[in-house]
Ligand binder design. Structure first.
Ligand SMILES: [Zn+2]
Ligand SMILES: [Zn+2]
Length: 353
């Protein structure tokens, strides 16, 4: 077998770029030649803090796009050369959530890039059933590398029930919040984005936000009123306690709160008020491949340039210093760092069509 470089997580704090064998697709699987793979907070958590999903030693990477290199036995939906994006989440198709279309809640759900070898490598194996042929989309590879996080945003917005004519507030526009902004704006709702960082607020405007607000200046409730918003849905994306607190205070009767950012510890919740005010609190996790992925790719086609989200593609050697470490430090220079496993030096991302 031919050796090829991959980013292997051995244990937290021990990530190595090493040579691995090119894998072979089994029945129902495809071998994908990775074009680009995004890096996110989950990768940083597994590397830098503790193992939540990862089963090392494992090749990281769950946000990849590429071309089909070869197909395993029984695969008829994809042919070599097809440009593809991958959902990364593997579901069984048989348990009750799967039968009801909630494949992201599959009782044996696992994720490529954590539970099996992922796309921070030149080649990756994926089930054909979660690999979408996007050859006709006309989108460049670097843009397609954003499909998986966009699908997660599409799912969060779908879960919220946000619709045209509604008002939404998004607290926190780093990482997934930027994608949620795009998905929320696309519903036809008015979208107010709240963040501490002025540059991120500028980005939110570029992504189509109706209004932006620097958090911490005044109470969120007062500012929402001043801006003339009557909020139906709050997305709390920061995962911070002050972010959650401001949303709990500002949420009017009958509104929906989507805690997208995962809160640590046990926040005190006003359950009595939630009962009497018919509040809705909605969880969201991952995405439903069959519905959220095609919509994510469609949304990627609605902007001409994604350089403001993902400006640079780094080589595998840049994974730790340029992608994971900035995420761990809480100071990433870009919303999304892309890794191109075929280059030796960073290059500007190519989003041109
Ligand atoms: Zn991710
Ligand atoms: Zn299942």
């Amino acid at each position: 077998m031919t050796a090829t470089p991959a980013a292997v997580l051995h244990e937290p704090g021990d990530l190595r770029i090493e040579e691995v064998d090119i894998p072979r697709p089994g029945p129902g699987e495809v071998l994908i030649r990775v074009g680009v793979c995004g890096v996110c907070g989950s990768d940083a958590t597994e590397y830098g803090r503790s193992l939540v999903l990862a089963e090392p030693p494992v090749v990281l990477g769950h946000e990849f796009a590429g071309t089909v290199e070869s197909v395993g036995e029984g695969v008829t939906s994809l042919a070599p050369g097809a440009v593809v994006v991958c959902g990364a989440g593997i579901s069984c198709g048989e348990c009750k959530p799967c039968r009801r279309g909630r494949t992201n809640l599959c009782r044996s759900y696992k994720t490529i890039g954590f539970a099996s070898h992922g796309g921070l490598a030149r080649y990756v194996i994926a089930p054909a059933g979660i690999t979408l042929d996007v050859s006709d989309s006309g989108l460049p590879m670097d843009t397609l590398g954003l499909a998986q996080p966009m699908a997660i945003a599409v799912h969060a917005v779908r879960r919220s029930g946000l619709a045209a004519g509604d008002d939404a507030v998004i607290v926190g526009v780093g990482g997934i919040g930027a994608f949620i902004t795009v998905a929320a704006v696309a519903t036809g709702a008015r979208v107010l984005v709240v963040d501490l960082n002025p540059e991120r607020l500028e980005l939110a405007t570029a992504l189509g936000a109706t209004a932006t607000l620097r958090s911490g200046d005044a109470t969120l409730t007062d500012r929402i009123d001043e801006l003339g918003f009557d909020v139906d849905v709050f997305f709390e994306v920061s995962g911070s306690r002050p972010g959650l607190q401001s949303v709990l205070e500002a949420a009017p009767r009958g509104s929906t709160i989507v805690p997208v950012g995962i809160q640590r510890g046990e926040p005190e919740l006003p359950l009595g008020h939630w009962t009497l005010d018919e509040m809705k609190v909605v969880g969201t996790v991952a995405h439903v491949f069959a519905t959220d992925f095609p919509e994510a790719v469609r949304l990627l086609g609605t902007r001409d340039d994604w350089s403001d989200i993902a400006p640079t593609a780094y080589p595998l050697s840049g994974l730790l210093p340029d992608a994971l470490q900035p995420l761990l430090d809480g100071s990433p220079a870009q919303i999304k760092a892309l890794i191109d496993p075929w280059i030796e030096a960073p290059r500007p991302a190519d989003h041109s069509r």
